[in-house]
Design a protein. Sequence first.
Length: 115
Amino acid sequence: QVQLVESGGGLVQAGGSLRLSCAASGRTVSSYAMGWFRQAPGKEREFVAAISRSGVTTSYADSVKGRFTISRDNAKSAVYLQMSNLKPDDTAVYYCNRPNAVLPWGQGTQVTVSS
């Protein structure tokens, strides 16, 4: 059973940057496409970004395109999300999972962007 652990969140001013990490234990995720999702207070969880198994292909939600970059290190069974030019609307708990969200959710990491 894969366990996902997200980290790297925090409080940042608008325009700032953060790098989130997702570590998988129990079973490697290097064989899967992976993604990032987020859930803001009072809203449903939404897709943010995805990366193919090889790391060659990426996709992004329109709201983060050009500001966020997803990457991965298959040797470490890890996935990353570099977030730049953060906006208050990016405030949410961020989670990693497969794009079809079939793995058990981790606890997420809180990102708070102040204006």
